[in-house]
Design a protein around this ligand. Structure first.
Ligand code: 13P
Length: 339
């Protein structure tokens, strides 16, 4: 694929009023989600659940792409239609998570580094042949006493840039995700500092590795108070700090920025995105790539009765997609939640 192709795909992922559905939970994380609704986590139940989400009527109206796990990219719905085909018919671009998880960073207690570079070139070629148009790699930055260290930030951003270059070589748009975790008691200002240092390091590394920014997407965590902080910043404070941090560290030529929800409630994640887009005049589209904040209501409804509640669960997914689609253009109103 030419670089024009990469830029066109990246642009489509952040098309006006659209965002990304993240359903790329590893089997271990999926197990945790299914445990919470009392459903056994098997290859079949994961297929039924994700097939239910992907076949939601009208999903393509507000969802530009979905990030899949390796297993899901190879699965088909009960009637034998491959998920990739189902998605393509619905106008939803297939994406793939390609990292192999965050592991303890040796010599740095409490910190992690994401692995998966070994053999990545061959895996990307296969994913491309299976129909993947974009990929995702998630790095985890933990905040705490004396962490993150610059060693942790640099190891992670270097890996992100190596992954991004390999993805573009394979004709796949990279989503680079350096997640600053919300866990902890840190303040909004402390989160701002760590987020800015991390993003500056990331874009330096992307520059060093010759990554084409017009054909790449940043998946960012919001600048937000720690989940256990004594005083938690309000919606406008989070929106202002996040926009300021991005303006200070993200080149204008980047195709777009999408956010993860990271443990925020579904409506909180929507309100934050909406407040950011209301400020207007930003150099890149700001949209969503939520996992939990898109799936939670749907997962709960499905878990109550997987056979009978398919339509109800799909309705809940479409609703969240629509609310976030409005937030991506700064035209969300909380009152619409009740409609
Ligand atoms: P959350 O929105 O649940 O944080 O998940 C997004 C994601 O893909 C994390 O890598």
């Amino acid at each position: 694929m030419s670089s024009m192709g990469l830029a066109a795909v990246a642009k489509a992922l952040v098309a006006e009023g659209k965002g990304i559905l993240a359903i790329d939970e590893s089997t271990g994380t999926c197990q945790k989600r299914f445990d919470s609704i009392g459903i056994e986590c098997t290859e079949q139940s994961r297929r039924d659940y994700r097939g239910m989400l992907l076949s939601t009527p009208g999903l393509g109206e507000h969802i530009s792409g979905a990030i899949l796990f390796d297993e899901t990219l190879r699965q088909s719905s009960a009637d034998g239609t491959p998920f990739v085909q189902l998605m393509t018919q619905a106008g939803i671009l297939p994406g793939i998570k390609v990292d192999t998880g965050a592991h303890p960073l040796s010599g740095h207690p409490g910190e992690k580094v994401t692995e998966g570079l070994d053999g990545l070139r061959a895996r990307l070629d296969e994913y491309h042949s299976l129909g993947a148009k974009f990929a995702k790699w998630r790095a985890v930055i933990t905040m705490g006493e004396n962490i993150p260290t610059s060693a942790c930030i640099e190891a992670n951003t270097h890996a992100l840039a190596r992954y991004a270059a390999l993805s573009q070589e394979a004709g796949i748009v990279p989503i680079v995700e350096p997640e600053v975790l919300m866990d902890g008691t840190h303040s909004l200002d402390e989160c701002y500092e760590v987020s800015e240092v991390t993003l500056r390091s990331l874009f330096n590394q992307l520059y060093d590795q010759n990554v084409l920014l017009e054909g790449a997407i940043l998946k960012a965590s919001m600048v937000i108070s720690g989940s256990a902080a004594e005083h938690r910043a309000n919606v406008q404070e989070v929106a202002d700090a996040t926009v300021q941090c991005l303006l200070n560290s993200v080149p204008a030529v980047l195709a777009g920025v999408v956010f993860l929800s990271g443990g925020q409630s579904d409506t909180e994640a929507t309100a934050h995105l909406d407040a950011m887009n209301r400020s207007g005049g930003l150099p890149w589209p700001l949209s969503f790539s939520y996992g939990r904040a898109l799936q939670s209501p749907s997962l709960k409804a499905w878990g109550e009765n997987p056979a009978a509640n398919v339509t109800a669960a799909q309705h809940k997914l479409v609703h969240r997609a629509k609310m976030n689609g409005l937030a991506a253009t700064g035209s969300y109103e909380p009152a619409l939640e009740a409609v």
